[in-house]
Structure formats: C-alpha cells, structure tokens
Design a protein around this ligand. Structure first.
Ligand code: DC
Length: 225
C-alpha cells in the first residue's frame, strides 16, 4: 500500500508522515529530503546545474542510498551520511530552484519509485499523489496558514541552532510556495482524489489520528475518495 502525502513547505507533512509510518509499520520516504541531498551536492561541488553536460555528469556520478538507523531514515550521498546537513536555511533557499529542473525530477522520480518498490510506504512530497504514485491507495494534501508554518519552521531551525526571524521565514515560505506551485514540470497541486487536511489549528496527535481513521476507512472500503 502507498500512502501519498503532499502539500506546501512546513505544513506539517514530515512530522505526521513519520508518525503515521511508525504507527502503521510502513517505510517512510521523505522525497523533499532527496531533493535536499541533490541541492547539498550541487552547492558543495559548485556544479553548474544549468549546463547540460555538467548536469549529465553530475547525475551519473550521484549515488543516493536510504538506510534506517535507530528507527530513523538516514540518507547517504556517495557513501556519506548527509541527513543532518540538509536541513539548513541555505539548502531550503536553493532546493526549490534545483527541484524544478526536469532532468533532476525525472531522475528523482525513478529513484523514489525504486525505493518504494515492494514496500508498504508513506511517501511525502509535492507531486506524489499526482505524478510519482498517481495510483496510491490513499492521498492526503496537507495545508496550514503561512503564519503557523513560519512558527513551526522557526522551532525546527532553533533545534539545529539557527536563529531566523519570523518575517524572513514568512517571506521564504511564500517564495517557495510560489516557486513550487508555478513551475511547469510537476508543480505542487492537490490530486483530485486527495483528502485535504488543514492543520492550522490541529496538533500533531489530531493530525495523525485523523489520517489513521481515513486509512482504516479505506481498508474497509468506506472511503470512496
Ligand atoms: O519538503 P521539503 O521542504 O523538504 O522539500 C524541499 C523542496 O523540494 C521543496 O521546496 C520542493 C521540492 N520537492 C519537490 O519538488 N518535489 C517533491 N516530491 C518533494 C520536494
């Protein structure tokens, strides 16, 4: 079974996807983290990602693995764990632009499908229910107000020692929303059969319980979405 979770940045996808996967004993696949791994490599190796031949060389030398360490996902780029390094503001600012490149998306989508192959999986991203797994058995589309999303992101960044103002976070989030939803290749979009959840006034337990309820309804055939 594939559960697709899409929605804009910082709407509460990751936390609920992770907990949902734990509760159901499914694999958790964070596709945003995969794009972040690419962005990190592009920045670290100063790749000219818009030059066709460096783009090709980069993709063919890029190796991404997903492991589970102490129950948590760990991404390795060419053998090195990068899971902690991909959450910084510098990566957040760059990733949206890099993820809009068609060749990067094609490569990522095939990798995402291969990671999820033969697994029960909760897959989180922007285009999971529309492009990567349009046949997913259940699809959620998670939204929240920009204000609440900025506050949540501020807390997350505080946990990794970064201080950034709410004003700047609101600006970054709006810019990322615009970029992710207006790009021509697989933009952020709610799948027509997705269940929309507005988490602005929900806590994490409420979110996950609501999702579990919908998964159970689906299992007994009472959710016709
Ligand atoms: O979920 P996140 O903030 O970690 O995602 C980082 C970026 O990756 C986001 O700005 C858009 C992009 N992304 C995407 O284009 N498609 C996905 N399936 C997942 C993320």
């Amino acid at each position: 079974m594939i559960i697709a979770i899409d929605g804009p940045a910082a709407a509460g996808k990751s936390t609920s996807a992770k907990l949902l996967a734990e509760r159901l004993n499914f694999l958790y696949l964070d596709t945003g983290a995969m794009y972040r791994c690419i962005a990190l490599s592009v920045i670290e190796h100063k790749i000219d990602i818009y030059d066709e031949s460096s783009q090709k060389d980069f993709i063919s030398s890029f190796n991404l693995e997903l492991k589970t360490v102490d129950g948590a996902p760990d991404f390795l780029v060419n053998g090195n764990s990068v899971t902690k390094k991909i959450r910084t503001t510098a990566i957040s600012k760059k990733v949206s632009e890099i993820s809009a490149i068609p060749a990067i998306r094609e490569y990522m989508v095939s990798l995402q499908r291969s990671f999820a192959k033969n697994n029960n999986c909760v897959v989180e991203g922007r285009d999971i229910g529309t492009v990567v797994f349009p046949e997913a058995e259940i699809k959620f589309f998670i939204i929240a107000s920009v204000e609440v999303r900025a506050k949540r992101r501020k807390l997350e960044l505080q946990n990794i020692g970064e201080t950034i103002s709410l004003k700047e976070l609101r600006r970054d989030i709006k810019a990322r929303d615009k970029h992710d939803s207006e790009r021509s290749h697989s933009p952020l979009k709610k799948a027509i059969n997705a269940i929309q959840i507005d988490t602005t006034e929900m806590n994490i337990d409420e979110q996950v319980n609501y999702m579990i309820k919908n998964v159970n309804l689906k299992k007994i055939g009472k959710n016709n979405k």
